[in-house]
Design a protein around this ligand. Sequence first.
Ligand code: 13P
Length: 263
Amino acid sequence: DLHSFPTRRSSDLVLIGNWKMNFNMHEASLYLHNLMQLLPSYRDVEVVLAPTILSLQSLSLQINRRIAKLAAQNCYWRDHGAYTGEIPAAHLRGIADYALIGHSERRYIFIESDKDIRLKVQAALRNRIKPILCIGETAQERALDETKDVLADQLTSGLANVTAEELGQIVIAYEPVWAIGTGDNAKPADVKSAVATIRRHIAHLYGKAAAEQVRIVYGGSVTVDNAADYLAIRDLDGLLVGGVSLDSHQFKEIITKAHSKEK
Ligand code: 13P
């Protein structure tokens, strides 16, 4: 039950823009330039941009980290070696503040296993990169009423070997697969219930205090119009925005809504 969790210390929100496989280096730089012009430095909203790997390094030199932070969209878990085409978390250290791990597009298009995801979470933590662990049920799992089990399994597996202290570095992103890129956004009531499920399972794994502190965001067809409905969920700490984050004006509008939200 949501009400069994007392209010958490920080009411700060995190708003992550996942650009997926969009924007070349030039477009990425232009976007960042525009967003920096549009956006004041809001102390109560942490803005995070996730460009493709190619743009990460140059954006890290361009970005004003008081205004926004950077996330990798993926990373490999080994630190070096014969792994053609991979980029280790070790090389992202100091460049990316966060890394998306286990995004459903990684799980289902690139067939990442729970074990890959667990190892990537650990590699990120080891390299001072905050993991954004993405979890969520597919349409089929939802139809079979398996959402709670899927969330619990993905949390148990993704967080295995993560200490209670390290949990404070992690953001959990609830992204129901059926809501991603479909325009079929989850109902705020369903998100609220998923967030409660996640906190309950974290309480089971780490105890109540850790469950109160962990940050949880929602992603899946978030728009300027529906953002406020999610931001009104007391136990939710922010949003993970895909398509709409590609428009700096719209993304800025969502950020502004988070800033002006009554806390
Ligand atoms: P959309 O906002 O485009 O549905 O994407 C959500 C997402 O996958 C963010 O990681």
